[in-house]
Design a protein around this ligand. Structure first.
Ligand code: HEC
Length: 196
């Protein structure tokens, strides 16, 4: 078990450090496939978020929607992917314990944050192999619209605060500023069948 973990983290480090080196055609096609699945979920979630924020700019209705339906919508979109494909959201400072990162997720997000600090970050997918499966990570950067529910305390309305506290008593996902890493969307693709 321990050995497996080590392999994973080494793989993650290698892929991320590859940095400027041109990705192999295979890595690129994995990234493109993963990103296409990620876009499906991202579009659904963001569409709903925008719709609710427009109807109620305080963010209360949107917060209510997210707490009630984000998981459900994620499951619904996942049911449409080919077998073995899974897309999920996670974060270092997560709101819903169901979105808790695993060791590889954590490693990738820590590396992205380190790159942001060092000024070497580029918003592009990161491909990591985990136990023979490929994971494609797309970073989620905090925009102004996110601050209503993930920003510093003074940016979050009292009713929104109340709703979040009620549904997520262990919430860690506040205090973010624009431009920081909120989390990632991850597509996990099944292991490719060996051809040799
Ligand atoms: C209206 C309030 C609201 C806004 C605005 C909002 N979020 Fe969230 N966000 C939530 C709630 C509530 C959850 C927990 C959903 C769940 O139960 O899965 C959440 C969860 C997440 C998660 C999953 C990881 C976790 O912490 O559980 C990510 C990633 C995320 N939000 C990113 C963003 C980004 C990026 C933006 C801006 C584009 C944004 N959110 C805007 C309320 C909001």
């Amino acid at each position: 078990m321990k050995k497996g973990m080590l392999l994973v983290s080494v793989a993650a480090a290698v892929m991320l450090q590859a940095g400027e080196a041109p990705a192999s055609p295979e890595t690129k096609s994995v990234a493109m496939e993963g990103v296409s699945y990620i876009k499906m979920l991202g579009k659904e979630l963001k569409g709903e978020l925008k719709k609710h924020l427009k109807q109620d700019p305080t963010g209360l209705q949107a917060a209510y929607f997210c707490s009630k339906s984000a998981q459900e919508l994620t499951n619904k979109v996942n049911a449409k992917y080919p077998e073995g494909v899974r897309v999920y959201r996670t974060a270092l400072k997560y709101r819903n314990p169901a979105n808790k990162p695993d060791a590889t997720d954590t490693k990738v997000m820590e590396q992205i944050e380190a790159q942001m600090k060092a000024g070497t970050f580029k918003k592009k997918p990161v491909v990591v192999e985990v136990n023979g499966k490929e994971r494609v990570y797309v970073p989620l950067i905090v925009e102004k619209a996110c601050l209503k529910c993930h920003g510093p305390a003074e940016k979050i309305g009292p009713k929104v605060k109340e709703t979040i506290a009620k549904h997520y008593p262990q919430d860690m996902a506040t205090g973010f500023t624009e431009g920081s890493l909120r989390g990632v969307i991850v597509a996990e693709l099944p292991a490719k069948k060996s051809t040799n």
